[in-house]
Design a protein around this ligand. Structure first.
Ligand code: SF4
Length: 455
């Protein structure tokens, strides 16, 4: 499908990725930790034995700074930091185990960072074994890790495979040597190939590549080469992200000379080109920057209406409790979100005091829960049914937005519900925005664009 560039331009406005609703800028800075514990406990009790829980571990260390990076990370070459961090993670887990009161059933587990493969295979194994000691593993578990192609070793992958990991995601970003030099991520294509081949030989059944468009010195020529080289390696999934230039929050980005960044028009061309290349080569647009081969479970889940979305992005597992452990990690208890302390210093101090280290979050109102469901329905199933009791508020805030979206053939809707069109899937963030009452009421995006643009 060719997408009209003027439509892409029209919808290229600041809009959240909706890994949560309400989105993070609307959370409270000072969370009531006692209330969080109560909500967590309740949600755990309801879901653990039925569906299990999801677990996210944030492993924040990286050996060198990629200057485009917006993640919460700590740059160091001192691997002595691994032990102290692991000890804190284990302590945090124990604090939650006390709240749970029974063995958690781990259904989904993701190791993210930072660079999880900064940790030695021995240490990763030790940490996970400790976590698993007091848990049960769900028969349909799905365990995944973000690996750096430069330092993911065969041993890492073998140990993780033995522990039940079957998915690996590699940060590829761009293969061009000049782009790699300016973003300070020197990563020969041979390393990507080796890490991919090794994972497959060991038995990992899903390999994901993250690519970024809009990086400094990137051109249509370099991006075409990168994407075609990636396609040859046949990753099962590709996430094709827009580079968000926010030097006021990501200080590493100040090291770029802004004149090296593609102009808005050029970035748009990169986006269109990349998307077209992926779709022409057998990758289906899942939504929100994610593409998958027809053989990948994510694609089947989309067709069957089984997709779910949480802080880890799209997933095929649906649990109503996601527990995030580690510095800056976010937990989602369905009716509440909580984020951990964002600096290592504060995180360690809270753990030392034997406190659950949450620092900010949000408790959802009934209205939030209902509109969160609309947003999840739209982003995961491409359709939703409106409840009569919400009609007044939908009429005031959402329907005027839907009218505009329908005029561009992105949705079909009436007072009963909505269906996303094929074209609409390419603008799914913009459609979700029609149900973002916090944004619509405050119009934060226009007054203060705290979200990156869609492209
Ligand atoms: S992009 Fe990944 S490897 Fe690079 S600094 Fe950020 S977290 Fe570390």
């Amino acid at each position: 499908m060719q997408i009209d560039p003027s439509l892409i331009n029209k919808y290229n406005v600041p809009v959240p990725r909706y890994t949560s609703y309400p989105t993070v800028p609307f959370w409270q800075d000072d969370i009531d930790a006692a209330k969080w514990k109560t909500v967590f406990k309740e949600q755990f009790k309801q879901g653990n034995s039925k569906e299990g829980i999801s677990l996210y571990l944030h492993l924040p260390f990286c050996e060198s700074l990629c200057t485009y990076c917006g993640c919460n990370k700590k740059i160091t070459t001192n691997h002595g930091v691994e032990n102290e961090y692991m000890a804190s993670l284990e302590k945090e887990w124990e604090l939650y185990l006390e709240l749970m009161g029974e063995a958690p059933v781990i259904r989904e587990l993701h190791l993210g960072g930072g660079t999880p493969t900064f940790f030695s295979p021995d240490n990763l194994e030790k940490l996970l074994t400790k976590l698993f000691t007091n848990s049960k593993i769900h028969p349909q578990h799905e365990f995944s890790i973000e690996g750096h192609p430069n330092n993911t070793t065969k041993e890492h992958l073998q140990r993780l495979y033995a522990l039940g990991f079957r998915r690996v995601s590699y940060g590829v970003q761009d293969h061009d040597p000049e782009v790699q030099r300016i973003i300070n991520r020197i990563q020969p294509i041979e390393n990507v190939q080796r890490a991919t081949d090794t994972a497959r030989e060991i038995g990992f059944h899903s390999v994901n590549f993250d690519l970024i468009y809009g990086l400094p010195l990137q051109t249509t020529k370099t991006l075409t080469k990168t994407i075609l080289q990636c396609i040859e390696m046949k990753p099962d999934r590709i996430a094709f992200y827009s580079y968000a230039h926010v030097p006021w929050t990501s200080r590493g980005q100040r090291l770029f000379d802004e004149k090296d960044l593609p102009s808005t028009d050029d970035k748009m061309k990169l986006y269109q080109l990349g998307k077209q290349l992926l779709m022409d080569n057998g990758y289906f647009d899942i939504g929100m920057d994610h593409f998958a081969l027809a053989t990948d479970d994510l694609y089947a889940a989309k067709l069957e209406g089984r997709l779910h979305r949480n802080f880890m992005g799209y997933t095929t597992q649906h649990t109503s409790l996601l527990l995030g452990l580690g510095v800056s990690s976010i937990s989602d208890a369905g009716v509440a979100f909580a984020q951990n302390e964002k600096t290592l210093h504060d995180y360690y101090a809270r753990i030392e005091r034997e406190e659950i280290p949450v620092m900010r979050g949000y408790f959802l109102s009934e209205e939030d829960v209902a509109f969160r469901k609309y947003i999840l329905d739209v982003s995961c199933k491409g359709k939703t049914i409106f409840k009569e009791e919400h009609l007044a508020i939908l009429k005031k805030y959402s329907f005027p937005e839907l009218e505009k979206l329908q005029a561009d053939n992105l949705v079909n809707w009436n007072e009963q519900g909505l269906t996303v069109t094929d074209l609409g899937w390419h603008f799914i963030r913009n459609i979700c925005k029609a149900f973002d009452l916090h944004l619509l009421r405050n119009m934060v995006a226009t007054a203060n664009p705290r979200f990156s643009k869609a492209i």
